[in-house]
Design a protein around this ligand. Sequence first.
Ligand code: ZN
Length: 293
Amino acid sequence: MSVGAATSVVKTESSRANAITVDVEEWFHICGPVAAVAFERWPSLPSRVVETTRLLLEDLDRAAARATFFVVGWIADRHPELIAEIAAAGHEIGSHSHLHQRVYELQPETFREDLRRSVTALAASGAPGVRAFRAPEWSINDRSLWALEVLASEGFATDASMAPVKLVGSVMYPRRPHARLTACGPILEMPPLVADRFGQVVPLGWGWGLRMSSPRRVLSTLEAANRSGVPGVLTVHPWEIDPDPPRVSLPPRLWFAHYFRLDGFRARLQAILRSGDFGAIGDLDASRVAGRA
Ligand SMILES: [Zn+2]
């Protein structure tokens, strides 16, 4: 299975400078061997996703921003009304897998099965024709590039899973949207926003990197990216704005990714949304979504 960067240009119709994306998952959808939130326990853990996703829907509505919601299929199975609400509000819907497993820990065929389950669950809840994917924990990387071919063969046009940072991806990955060629056709790769700070590449567009940054810093980084012709892609999770988030004991790296500086994040996010130019991935300015890797 060969995958490489291509030079073709992918056109879209609209003209937002940046994209906001939401990974719709529960507070307990944490990758890795954390016994307290193992898959077998999911049905018995308190669900927070409906109310916290509704808060995000309110904030997006107030900012007149459309977003791309990457939804865990398991959630679509349990809360189909939430997916219907997201679709009715006019947002774009993609898949965040069915059972929130790291792609590089799966085989191509088990990944395909999981992907199909998520697509079926999303279609049944009012989101047919899903063509965009984001892997849990940015887990399409050098260990799992085969997944891009699976996505293309299943009719997906866009992937937003390859992070240009060391811990979960590679600093060598392109920071701008680019086409990746697979034996089953091209797929548009949409990397998340990063910035060079403290001598390293920081995940400024998501997780601890986004939560630690002031709205001013995030907006100026987006402007700098836009000036060089690159759309910024931000990512948030419903559990990051939970006013009363349940917590579990996590190893340091996961603790940082999930719990660092949650305080006040919703207000900072609202300020970013108010002042920035955000749409769904499908709304990005066509001239910026070019296949120059
Ligand atoms: Zn996730």
